[in-house]
Design a protein around this ligand. Sequence first.
Ligand SMILES: Cc1cc2nc3c(=O)[nH]c(=O)nc-3n(C[C@H](O)[C@H](O)[C@H](O)COP(=O)(O)O)c2cc1C
Length: 459
Amino acid sequence: MEILVLNGSPKGDLSVTMQYVAFLAKKNPGHTFPIVNIAQRINQLETDPVAFDAVVAQVRKADAVLWAFPVYYMLVHGNFKRFIELVHERGAAPAFGGKYAASLSTSIRFFDHTAHNYINAVADDWGMRYHGRYSAKMSDLLDPAERDRLAAFAAAFLAAAARGLPTARAHQPLVPAGGRYTPGPAAAPVDTGGRKVLLVTDEGPDDANLAAMTARLAAAFTGPVETVNLRDLDIKGGCLGCCRCAWDNTCVYDGSDGFTAFYREKVEPADIVLYAGAVRDRYLSAKWKSYFDRTFFKNHVPTLSGKQFAFLVSGPLAQLANLRQILEAYGEFQHTGFLGIVTDEGDPAHTDALLDRLAADAVAQASQRYLPPPSFLSVAGGKLFRDEIWSRMRFPFVADHKYFKANGLYDFPHRDRADRLRSFLLYWLVHIPAVRKQVYGPQITTHMIAPLKKLVDSL
Ligand SMILES: Cc1cc2nc3c(=O)[nH]c(=O)nc-3n(C[C@H](O)[C@H](O)[C@H](O)COP(=O)(O)O)c2cc1C
């Protein structure tokens, strides 16, 4: 069989992910694995219809498709996302219909599941027969047990494609949501108290609802709201994945485009940051995706830390649990006072009320310096970053290491001596039968609440 590999890495052949594909090709000499470097060639695919049509013809001819990509900001690279948009825009999705598909990623497994969910949903939308996902950690290939696991996944995929086994559909088609959003009379605007408010949007001529939402929100503050449209930003290209920034947060594009200057001069000094975008397929636009990718010049540093932050989304977010999780996780792991997401799905008066409330909440929370407590999304993600940057990723991520050290982010449990001593003593004490009988008997629940109760009683 011919398994067409759609390569989502901006590094083309020099991609980590492609080493996994090369391994699969060696393991399965009876099949061919031609590779198309989609992310690396996006400019050509966008501007040269012949080149784009040639890729679509390759898809049509293939027996199956392997989406192979690095995870970038909880999704795929912005260029890969743009390819998906081009397929929609140019009506090429039928070429994918009925094809067996699988997705293969490499990453450090930070929100790898949301990237695969996205590709799974796109495959479902295009009528592909999505077999499943394989998320490898970057260095898994060096481990014999991991190689066996990957080989087994590929064997199952090839067998399913050859035998035409049934596949499950995980995502229902999107139903257009909401109607035209026309704002009603403005409420009394809220005083920003001199705080800097930045609103970043990517609205274009077809995004009337989004434009109306951003205008309404900007008018809900008394002070100036600086509104920046991503379409006007000087961004020469997507993140190259070169990791030049890992040493000192300077980007390879510095001096040739305006992205990092914009980020440092507008985003970092703002007190309230609002991002606005319209749903395109199952995410926001590729333009937004490239924006997030390019913020990687700050590596794993939470650059929005302490700011009040929200998203405005035009489109059927209620049907896009995966996108909601990505946006919420972004707000959380950036350590922001995340205010939530306002969409245009309800009736216009309700959207007006939500926008007015968002402005009021942003100022109120900013004056209280309120940041919501973290949940699993950022606690788990934070531990993952902490462990990786402390160990394997300290090189090349030198700037990250310095930041994590200086800001107390290396909060390993073994550093808490009191906790260790307590656990050590109790661990051995409960090996004594008489103590154990007491502790695991009626006492355990009262013991659990004892310090909390003592505190509350003392108030
Ligand atoms: C801009 C950027 C964003 C990234 N985002 C994520 C991420 O969200 N989750 C993750 O686990 N790894 C992330 N990574 C790590 C890559 O997924 C990983 O290095 C991958 O193996 C690179 O594969 P490639 O060489 O095929 O491009 C990111 C890397 C870069 C440069």
